[in-house]
Design a protein around this ligand. Structure first.
Ligand SMILES: [Mn+2]
Length: 445
């Protein structure tokens, strides 16, 4: 017997990544291209191992139209599409009617999942609406959706209830530990090696891998997270002719290019940054100018004092000029480096006041070093809250008189309004600090 099929996973249709409509179109284009490739290869069937959709509940009309339009194509060519629900497609504890069920009822996919009767797993044959396996020619395909923390338990029961056909495929949305760091929904590979099937079609881990000679995971079609930009990914084209031969097809679609860099900014020198960007561009595929509109993701490490004078607009202008980006993401990694210049004095008080005053230069509070020292004295001697109350009152009154910025400190910290708005209400500054609210006098009705 000869079987030829495509195995893909993690399509994430409807992923409006970083709020970009164009990124949402990317995910649809990737899916369309994967299906087109499958149809052109005249495969017997197509497997989608979960996460066809990005969001499990909030379906929007555009995403649904994308799914329907693409899936009409294999239907027209009589190529069955067999799928399971991933963690993004279903709520895994409740037996809700999912959008995958909706596609199945429209005859666009076969959505395989086990059912449970009195707590016992039941693997029924697909009846046109529901079922855990289907026979296509001499191939028997089993499907298990995502079960989160119950995965190992359900998998054991599922595997024990399976009957082998001539050629048996087990499809599941589950990861194997060790391929991606700290990923939920992964199990030890030994659990899957116990499953008696010729081909185990996985999804969930967005990176491609093959384990042993039976376990295959193709990875996502597109980049779903910044941590995934360097992953190998594609769709598997599988041929079974008394032996398994496979190819990870990558060139059916070109995922969006991500330009991800880290930069350490040492001074307010935009020319240096510009040189960095143009040098780095030459090291990447972007130099050919054949790649259109990359996602640019830059992490800039900078000291706090310098961050205050750097213009993000200027940074964006430089990136736009050199990279023609689809969108720019800038992450500021601000480091607090404090090196005080010590005064020429041996007095502890003088040194302390000078250091605090320099430290405060990094904050928008003007010089309140005198007040900070006062507070420190109160707390290091008595911890007398009445004294603290008195001091805060002094600051507020002082602020009223001088209209200096110290009143803003209280307002920022406590989210209180200006004093003139308080009227005759009592105000407990401590509770205001805690909750951002103030004590009100109740009006008698
Ligand atoms: Mn996924």
């Amino acid at each position: 017997m000869i079987v030829k099929f495509i195995h893909m996973a993690d399509v994430h249709l409807g992923n409006r990544q970083y709020g970009s409509e164009e990124r949402k179109r990317d995910f649809a284009q990737a899916f369309l291209d994967a299906i087109k490739f499958s149809v052109m290869e005249r495969v017997d069937f197509i497997l989608i191992s979960g996460d066809l959709f990005h969001k499990k509940t909030e379906m929007d009309p555009i995403t649904l139209i994308q799914a329907r339009k693409v899936l009409e194509l294999p239907k027209k060519h009589n190529i069955p599409v067999i799928a399971v629900e991933g963690n993004h497609d279903s709520t895994y504890f409740r037996e809700n009617y999912s959008w995958m069920d909706y596609l199945a009822s429209s005859g666009l996919i076969i959505n395989l999942k086990p059912s449970f009767e009195d707590g016992e797993i039941v693997l029924n044959e697909w009846d046109g609406n529901t079922g855990a396996y289907i026979e296509i020619n001499n191939t028997r395909i089993y499907g298990m959706k995502y079960y989160g923390s119950l995965t190992e338990k359900v998998l054991d029961e599922f595997a024990n209830s399976m009957d082998r056909g001539d050629f048996t495929i087990f499809m599941a949305h589950v990861g194997i530990e060790g391929y991606v760091k700290n990923m939920y929904g992964c199990i030890p590979s030994s659990k899957l090696h116990k499953v008696d099937a010729n081909y185990i079609a996985l999804g969930h881990v967005h990176k491609s891998f093959i384990e042993g000679d039976r376990i295959f995971n193709p990875g996502s079609l597109e980049v779903c997270d910044i941590s995934e930009t360097t992953y190998d990914r594609g769709i598997f084209l599988i041929n079974y002719d008394d032996g398994l031969s496979y190819r990870l097809v990558r060139d059916f679609y070109k995922p969006r290019y991500f330009f991800v860099k880290k930069y350490r900014m040492k001074s307010q020198n935009y020319e240096e940054f510009e040189k960095f960007i143009s040098d780095e561009k030459l090291k990447t595929e972007l130099r050919s100018d054949k790649i259109n509109k990359p996602v640019v993701d830059i992490t800039i490490e900078v000291e706090r004092a310098l961050r205050r004078v750097i213009s993000e607009d200027e940074i964006r202008k430089i990136i736009t000029k050199h990279l023609n980006p689809l969108l720019i993401r800038i992450h500021w990694n601000v480091r607090d480096v404090f090196k005080p210049v010590l005064p020429d004095s041996t007095s502890r008080d003088v040194i302390e006041r000078e250091v605090i005053s320099q430290l405060l230069e990094n904050y928008p509070y003007d010089d309140i070093s005198e007040e900070v020292l006062k507070l420190k004295r109160i707390f290091s001697s008595t911890f007398d809250l009445k004294q603290v109350d008195g001091m805060i009152e002094d600051i507020i009154k002082g602020g009223e008189r001088k209209e200096d910025k110290s009143i803003e400190i209280v307002q920022k910290r406590g989210k209180a309004e200006k004093e003139e708005d308080w009227g005759e209400e009592e105000w407990d500054w401590r509770s205001a600090c805690d909750t951002g609210s103030r004590v009100r006098k109740h009006k008698k009705l």
